[in-house]
Design a protein around this ligand. Structure first.
Ligand code: NDP
Ligand code: 8X3
Length: 285
């Protein structure tokens, strides 16, 4: 059927197979790319390391539990990583962050992708009854740690004319829930920082993405409840939460778009969740 103003046939006619090849070619290859992942010892960070390993990336992994990172090295190489370098880092220590990035061996110094993933929630109580130590830990890690990493890594990306910063936000940063004011505030800050960084990087080729998941079952809940496993498990009762691999998939997808495409935000939740306050719990016997 003719439609006014439109050509009768697509400008290019591809066979189905050829279209698939073209689509694949549009994906950015991660082979040999240097990918720095913070908080790689668990959850999303760990799953993301394996997702990037399968694409042949060179992995720079950091967290405080170096022994867990070391245990991942051989399986990551087996999964396809071109090389892996792990180091202990507490992102709350700004001087240590600067020194770690400045001191990277030459073959690791040109970071292509920074995944600012390290983070945590502590406590789920009314703000006026919270332990202020929990506020410090969340703000120092989720906000100031992310800033320290960004400040240390992004100037090199700007100078090289290439790079991608992928920050872990949350549905908690879009809508505040009861008893979570400070954690939600840190993720709202992450959202503002990602938006601001993108604006400040205008005119450069550096991309910025915020990945904003809802409920995902990792060590996150155990950390939130200070090791209370029963309370942690109850948080996901009657819900099929996302898995760390679901989140790693979203990160990988954002990272493999063509160089001229900037994915700003990906919000992903389980089918049982509409936003950070509306969750459908199936009856449990
Ligand atoms: P996990 O607890 O499984 O992993 C958190 C990671 O962060 C660990 O590797 C931990 O390593 C690291 N980490 C924590 N504090 C520091 C620190 N001071 N310095 C360096 N590394 C640190 O949690 P998730 O994988 O679930 O969470 C990852 C990110 O995703 C966080 O930013 C979280 O806020 C966010 N998020 C989580 C959701 C969820 O439902 N699970 C949903 C939405 C967002 P180590 O202890 O070895 O230092
Ligand atoms: C974590 C998601 O809803 O558990 O960012 O706070 S939630």
């Amino acid at each position: 059927m003719a439609v006014e103003g439109r050509p009768a046939r697509p400008l290019r006619v591809w066979g189905a197979n050829w279209a698939a090849v073209v689509y694949k070619r549009r994906m950015r290859s991660l082979q040999g790319k240097v990918v720095l992942i913070t908080g790689a010892s668990s959850g999303f960070g760990r799953a993301t390391a394996f997702a990037f390993a399968a694409e042949g990336a060179r992995l720079l992994l950091c967290a405080r539990r170096l022994e867990l990172l070391r245990e991942m090295e051989a399986p990551l190489l087996e999964a396809g990583a071109e090389a892996v370098l792990s180091f202990r880092l507490d992102v709350r220590d700004r001087a240590a962050v600067s020194a770690a990035i400045a001191g990277l061996p030459e073959e690791w110094a040109a970071i292509d992708i920074l995944v600012n993933n390290a983070g945590l929630s502590r406590g789920l109580t009314k703000l006026y009854e919270d332990d202020p130590k929990d506020w410090d830990e969340m703000i120092d890690t989720n906000v100031k740690g992310l800033l320290a990493m960004t400040r240390a890594v992004v100037p090199g990306m700007v100078a090289r004319g290439a790079g991608h910063v992928i920050n872990l936000g949350s549905t908690a940063g879009h809508l505040t829930y009861a008893n979570g004011a400070v954690y939600c505030a840190t993720k709202a800050a992450e959202k503002a920082i990602s938006e601001g960084l993108k604006i400040d990087l205008m005119g450069t080729a550096v991309r910025v993405t915020s990945i904003d998941p809802g409920m995902v079952e990792t060590e996150f809940s155990q950390v939130r409840f200070h090791g209370d496993e029963e309370r942690a498990a109850k948080f996901y009762e009657g819900v099929t939460p996302l898995t760390p691999e679901d989140v790693a998939d979203a990160i990988l997808w954002a990272a493999t778009r063509p160089a001229h495409v900037n994915i700003h935000t990906i919000v992903l939740t389980t089918i049982d969740q509409a936003n950070s306050t509306v969750v459908h719990r199936r009856s449990v016997s």
